[in-house]
Design a protein. Structure first.
Length: 395
């Protein structure tokens, strides 16, 4: 396989895009796919398109294609709704599997929505459970016999720190806990074999490295041997075994489809399907090799040029995902200046400047050029311009 595949994306001229870890760029064929869904299918077929255009089967079809990228077998990945909803579903199902235990274990670097959903679930079911969040490096030692479920994001959204999926899952199971992995920052960025890990659940979003677009549907994986024992907390119409039987009582589907909730977002699923076309023939091992080469080069170039920045990510590539973060006291303003000068990354409070590496559309020339622009912005203190001090709603 030859990397990158820049021709398969719509990338603005004069921009080096280092923020695919937050929102992937537009795949070149996505607009045409959406246009077909809107004009020919919806416009021409109207409600008939649920059958004639295969809309009803699209969530499962896309789920199986996602499954290939995370090492999940066919039929084990359901798509739709949002990542927050999928976290809630997985957590509720996991707690029901361990009714005698009262602890949800995560870490204090986890993405806020995962912790918020855990807190909300605890309040909803009576407030008798406890959410514990030790430091990431202390998680494995904190897995005791009172832990019902371990819920972790594989790649830390701030620093890119990478949890050891195999070791932590084994530790969770040894202690009798259920394992949930959030793959939001790792799906499409590094090789994952969720089936081999033996984790019960995995969740993730598709608008980052998978390039599904803003608001793209989330996914949930459930280990095949436990699916039929899952009692969905959100018993939606589309999770019914036969939605059009219109039964008053809920009867869950006999597959991972029971984890579907609402009507599938067909336009967004079609866009995601077009984005997944880019991944045909792509070996995730090649992606990982190229990602590490680019990120290692970036660290070397930036550290040589910009002593003002402090590396926040693990230096050892095997311990981080596909992003590199630097700390800088004036990180927000500096990032706004970088964006204005053609290098797009993003900022996370309090002082993290994040840069993502997607080998599908980035090469060594991009990385060296980006480092040069960072040197220009930092060395010349261009970030001091008052216009870069104004905080936007999205950072």
């Amino acid at each position: 396989m030859t990397l990158p595949k820049k021709h398969l994306f719509e990338l603005p001229q004069g921009v080096i895009y280092l923020d695919g870890n937050s929102l992937g760029p537009l795949p070149a064929q996505a607009a045409n796919r959406v246009r077909d869904v809107v004009t020919r299918q919806w416009g021409g077929e109207l409600i008939r398109a649920w059958n004639t255009a295969g809309w009803m089967a699209l969530p499962q079809k896309v789920g199986d294609r996602l499954g290939r990228l995370i090492g999940a077998p066919a039929g084990s990945v359901a798509t739709g709704d949002t990542l927050s909803i999928k976290v809630y579903q997985a957590l509720d199902a996991a707690l029901k599997m361990r009714p005698g235990r009262r602890v949800i274990l995560s870490d204090n670097g986890n993405f806020p929505t995962d912790l918020y959903m855990a807190g909300g679930l605890i309040r909803t079911i009576g407030g008798e459970h406890e959410l514990r969040t030790p430091a990431p490096e202390d998680v494995e030692a904190a897995i005791g016999e009172d832990v019902a479920v371990v819920m972790l994001t594989q790649v830390d959204y701030r620093t890119g720190r990478l949890h050891d999926m195999a070791a932590i899952t084994e530790a969770a199971h040894k202690a009798g806990a259920v394992m949930i992995w959030d793959l939001a920052h790792s799906a499409g960025a590094l090789p994952i074999d969720i089936a081999a890990s033996n984790a019960e659940f995995a969740v993730g979003c598709t608008y980052k490295y998978l390039n599904g677009g803003p608001g793209a549907p989330a996914f949930i994986y459930a280990r095949p041997d436990i699916v039929q024992s899952i009692e969905p907390a959100l018993a939606g119409w589309l999770g019914h075994d036969n939605p059009f039987a219109m039964e008053l009582a809920y009867r869950p589907a006999m597959s991972t489809e029971r984890l579907r909730v609402g009507t599938p977002p067909i336009v967004q699923l079609a866009l995601l399907e077009a984005a997944l076309d880019v991944w045909e023939g792509v070996d995730m091992a090649d992606i990982r090799t190229a990602s590490l080469e680019l990120s290692n080069l970036f660290i070397a170039e930036v550290e040589a040029r910009c002593p003002q920045l402090t590396l926040a990510s693990p230096r050892d590539g095997s311990r981080r995902g596909s992003q590199v973060s630097f700390r800088f006291e004036h990180g927000y303003a500096a990032m706004q200046a970088l964006i204005d000068h053609g290098v797009i990354g993003d900022f996370r409070a309090p002082d993290i400047m994040r840069f993502g590496f997607t080998p599908l559309y980035l090469d060594r020339e991009d990385i060296v050029k980006a480092a040069g622009i960072i040197e220009e912005v930092l060395g010349g203190e261009l970030w001091r311009d008052p216009k870069y001090q104004v905080k936007s709603r999205v950072t």
